[in-house]
Design a protein around this ligand. Sequence first.
Ligand code: UDP
Ligand code: MG
Length: 319
Amino acid sequence: MASSLPRQAFRLASSSTTTIRAAASRRCASTLQNTGKRTTQWSFPKNSNSGKRAYSSLPPGGSPPPRETNKIAFWPFVAVFVLASGGYMLLVDRRKDMPPNPKSTSSAAAVEGPSTPAFSPTDVTVIFVLGGPGAGKGTQCARLVRDYGFTHLSAGDLLRAEQDRPGSQYGQLIQDCIKNGAIVPMEVTVALLENAMRDTLTAARTRKGRFLIDGFPRKMDQAVKFEEVVCPAKMVLFYDCPEEEMERRLLERGKTSGRADDNAESIRKRFRTFVETSMPVVDYFEKQGKVVKVDSTPGPDKVYEATRGQLRRVFGDKF
Ligand code: UDP
Ligand code: MG
């Protein structure tokens, strides 16, 4: 499913401290400019106090009160008023950029620290599907969607869709990462997944859903952030396959997939990233007792049978 980024692009922008600082100083500058304009408007013409007020108590031709008295009584009020309205405008300006519900979005968490996940694990079942490149995640996910009513969200597919979206500010970055088998900065992927989940639930007009998150999290920071701001996972399905078999599958797939990373050099880099960066994620969830391992060396039917057996074991027959 292609979930475009405009909505989260705003969130991402507001989640970057540097961007926030830049935006803040821009806002500051414009506030100062505005204040400058107002000061100009508020400034009195040079001879303004020479005009007589209709309700003046001065006798015609009477002399005005000494100028010193006027200064002492008037300028402190002007100063207090200008300072107070300047401060108020700054406050209003800052609040404008806050997300509507600061407790439920990833950007808020990035800015404010730990927060409540956007989706409750009582309503939403998240299963992370992990395994090396070519381990068979996509094939098994398609079957699970058919039989269990899961929504399948492939992090790689979402990233490729974002890369191809005209006007995306992350297109080049994503393209470079994918070609080199590197991990795209987590903010992008977490936002894409969160939005795709939200879109799915909104379209179905429900709070409840089942999601297979395929090929994610591939790095510890993604795992921690996703569970903190989006939704904790109930289970990690880990497809275990020897590297030679995965390489054989990927090279075969590369003949028709058109993917920029299904070539010998990218595959090598992807394997390295998998071992060095993604396996620690599996170990992390293993310690929490969430990992279910399935040997994915055999053909798809056998692997699926094993997968179903594991789901029954964990969630029961009625799942
Ligand atoms: N990718 C990423 N972050 C993710 C998932 C994928 O940066 O969370 C990038 C990474 O460069 C990876 C590529 O997308 O090598 C392809 O991922 P995909 O899941 O499509 O590959 P598969 O495991 O299915 O072969
Ligand atoms: Mg895949």
